[in-house]
Design a protein around this ligand. Structure first.
Ligand SMILES: [Zn+2]
Length: 137
């Protein structure tokens, strides 16, 4: 499936801050414990900072203490896509926004977190925008 939003690097650069561009478009990683959402408990929906697609909610967010916002599931299966990432000498699964193909973070599995899925979507704060709102429980 190809992304629904495609822009050139120049277009992205004009819209994003240098750090946002680096993480979202060059698969960068913000430093642990520096992002604005790793310790956020505010209720709401986390949208892609590049295109605004809704990706995660506070309902699936959990305290992983890893220094990045962590979710045990995406808002919907089709909102993200997965790529095998073998950089850094590790085999990891990269998570990207399915709408604009921007880098979000990685997903790890089987780490023993007490969550329904035992998955940890380890996402850069800079890839997300929190839209505060009350969620139906
Ligand atoms: Zn996006």
């Amino acid at each position: 499936m190809s992304p629904k939003i495609t822009k050139t690097d120049e277009e992205w650069r004009a819209e994003l801050s240098p750090q946002e561009f680096h993480v979202l478009r060059e698969s960068g990683t913000e430093r642990a414990y520096t992002g604005e959402y790793w310790d956020s408990h505010e209720e709401g929906v986390y949208a892609c900072r590049a295109c605004g697609a809704e990706l995660f909610t506070s309902r699936e967010k959990f305290d992983s203490h890893c220094g990045w916002p962590s979710f045990f599931a995406p808002l919907a299966g089709e909102s993200v896509r997965y790529l095998e990432d073998v950089t850094m000498g590790m085999k990891r699964i990269e998570v990207r926004c399915a709408t604009c193909d921007s880098h979000l973070g990685h997903v790890f599995e089987g780490e023993g977190y007490p969550t329904p899925t035992d998955q940890r979507y380890c996402i850069n704060s800079v890839s997300l925008t929190l839209r505060p709102k009350a969620l139906d429980s």
